[in-house]
Design a protein around this ligand. Structure first.
Ligand code: CDP
Ligand code: MG
Length: 136
């Protein structure tokens, strides 16, 4: 078994797409093992997106992810679950995301692209520790 971090970003919550997005992951066979609606604070957002510090979009993505509540969850499935989730999400830019993916079916904007999923096993471990420090 393996776990990864998923965030239904503020646009997904505002558009009432939590059920649609998490439903797709559940129908795939993945399990939500922790989750809650929370407004991510600036310090947590900056730690979460630390790899992007200094890039031109950093300010925009921090402002976006902190502007209203997100649904933050831990998703469990077989080994490599992070990659299953990433494939279901589609490309970062929804304009490039394949039909059938979450971003490809439900989004058009690069910053407001509905969902975050950890991009490696190491990222999943780091991000789960950041958002769910007591989960075991
Ligand atoms: O979310 P993902 O891992 O697919 O992409 P990323 O490259 O790690 O970028 C993190 C987030 O920053 C994206 O999901 C977008 O919300 C935002 N972003 C942006 O606004 N403009 C870019 N040029 C790249 C990313
Ligand atoms: Mg990323």
């Amino acid at each position: 078994m393996d776990r990864t971090l998923v965030i239904v970003k503020p646009d997904g919550v505002e558009r009432r797409l939590i059920g649609e997005i998490l439903g797709r992951l559940e129908r795939r066979g993945l399990t939500i093992v922790a989750g809650d609606l929370r407004q991510i604070d600036e310090a947590t957002a900056k730690r979460h997106y630390a790899e992007h510090e200094g890039k031109p979009f950093f300010g925009d993505v921090i402002a976006f992810i902190t502007r209203s509540p997100s649904f933050v969850c831990a998703i469990e499935g077989p080994s490599g679950t992070w990659a299953i989730v990433r494939a279901a999400m589609g490309a970062t830019n929804p304009a490039d995301a394949a039909p059938g993916t979450i971003r490809g079916d439900l989004a058009t904007e690069l910053t407001e692209n509905l969902i975050h999923g950890s991009d490696s096993a190491a990222s999943a471990e780091r991000e789960l520790a950041l958002f769910f420090p007591t989960l075991r």
